[in-house]
Design a protein around this ligand. Sequence first.
Ligand SMILES: [Zn+2]
Length: 345
Amino acid sequence: MIALVLEKKLQLSIRDFDIKEELGPDDVKIKINTVGICGSDVHYYEYGKIGNFIVKEPMILGHEASGTIIAKGKNVKNLNIKDRVCIEPGIPDKNSRAYKIGMYNVDTNVKFWATPPIHGCLRPEVIMPADFTFKLNDNVSFAEGAMIEPLAVGLQAVSKVKIQPGSIGLVLGCGPIGIVTALSALANGCSKIFVADIVKEKLKICEKYKGLIPIDLTKDDLKQIKTDETKGWGFDILFEASGSTKAYDLIVENIAPGGTIVVIGMPVEKISFDITPLSVKEAKIETVFRYANQYEKAIQMLATNKIDVKPLITDTIPFKESVGAFKRASEHRPNDIKLQINNIY
Ligand SMILES: [Zn+2]
């Protein structure tokens, strides 16, 4: 079938690709409608690897997908042909200890789309286990359905903290994950979320949301904001979504006593920071890897308008122009938040 294939670093093609998948009794076959371009897809395109995951053979990209069920296995009861769905792209080993304790996201044998050697979903059809396929409410579009994957990361991050009504939060990093995390924290009861970045064009997205307050770290005085907004106490919750090693000094300075830091971004280099200032505040550090059991919640948040991801979709590009879409994504234009691909044959 036709697919967007990463042949090797910096070389993409739309071509026929022989992929053997069979519809099992517990599977559904899905006609793909929309696929979001993720930072990880772009990273594989630019560098041919992420950490120890190396693209050694041509690989189909894409893991943020929505579509329509066109066939189903005989055991599938909760989904039907013509259902509009979104797809959770990581299939864990159901016999693993991680799966059994509900942390299936940390199963080291997880088969995650567009992570070598597993192919992604930038192709007309995929087969997926029905229990990792989720029906979209009628008022949730395919475009929003393809935003569930990044939103699930935000909800996973927020699930790590006890948010009290009126909590004030700080998010470091105004990329798609930073924003969906900020929106998830607001929807969970925070009164205000400050979002800090060094790129002013990225921070413009905050204007579209009540409760998100941009901090331009190149000119705004974060120390003064902390004094004014929290009487110097610090932010109750702090999400690190920039992946920058420089973020850690800000984390130490700005977390409130007893506050919780959630680390989402993964810095490429090792980081080191002074733990004592955190110890004297009894601050907690939590970490996040993808998500587990967040898809249904994410769909509900969109269906009930508690979270609106539509302003994050900057542009939608037809599949036949998807090579160009990746080139654009790799330019990292500051105004591009989420690019999506549709019209997949
Ligand atoms: Zn993603």
